[in-house]
Design a protein around this ligand. Sequence first.
Ligand code: FE
Ligand code: FE
Ligand code: ZN
Length: 279
Amino acid sequence: MIDIGCHLSVTEGYAAMASRMLRFGGTTFAFFTRPPRGGRAKEIRPEDADSMNRIVREAGFGKLVAHGSYTMNLCGAKAETRANALDMLCQDLERMEAFPGNYYNFHPGSHVGAGTAAAIPMIADALNASLWSGMHCTVLLETMSGKGSEVGATFEELREIIDRVAFPEKVGVCLDTCHIWDAGYDIAGDPDGVLQHFDEVIGLDKLAAVHLNDSKNPCGSKKDRHEKLGEGQIGMEALRRFVTHPLLAGRPFILETPNDDEGYIREIAIVKSWEDPDR
Ligand code: FE
Ligand code: FE
Ligand code: ZN
């Protein structure tokens, strides 16, 4: 069984997303906890959250992977940017308690010139100011492509953040296939080597979820332009080998490919067809 799904819009509510994913044929999905480019979060009605939780449980979905806002920069240059980001993070994590047991993924941030050495403690401090021991959500740092001044384009940087967190058991990693490819990890030529490297640096027990995307650009390009499965530089066969890699069994896979509904339904069916009936 491979849990595959895509990003869905929250505009019609939470239960509506779960029903929609059932129609799409998937068994997980992602959603933005607030408008991705900024703005206020939509109120969560408890009945709506409960009915989503029920649909997801009854259908045997894998873990859901909520996504934080792109505008949330925990290591921004201005104190105000960082304070706003911490505010968003705290609110988002509180909201995640309406969907206990799922994941909340976010971009570590952009250091905008200050350098990763300065940014990493800022990100860790923000996590230490927002995580608490009784929380029911695991926070995932996303692997980044390295465009601009993004932090998190190497496994070592993510490891350094996790090392500074007071509740490391509440923190994991969401591996984005387009991003790590663009960052220079050759998952097509040497998937075993990349996963082994991840294991040595961070530990595969921390690899909680995967964003499944092809890339428009070559390995190491540091561009971050997602492509439909099989239409990019990683290619369908390499993506299939990665998704079905035994070391990644059990992780939710989230499509962030440039698609309409029909495209997602098609890609979900493709990934489902890779399931090994004997496993
Ligand atoms: Fe992302
Ligand atoms: Fe992603
Ligand atoms: Zn991306």
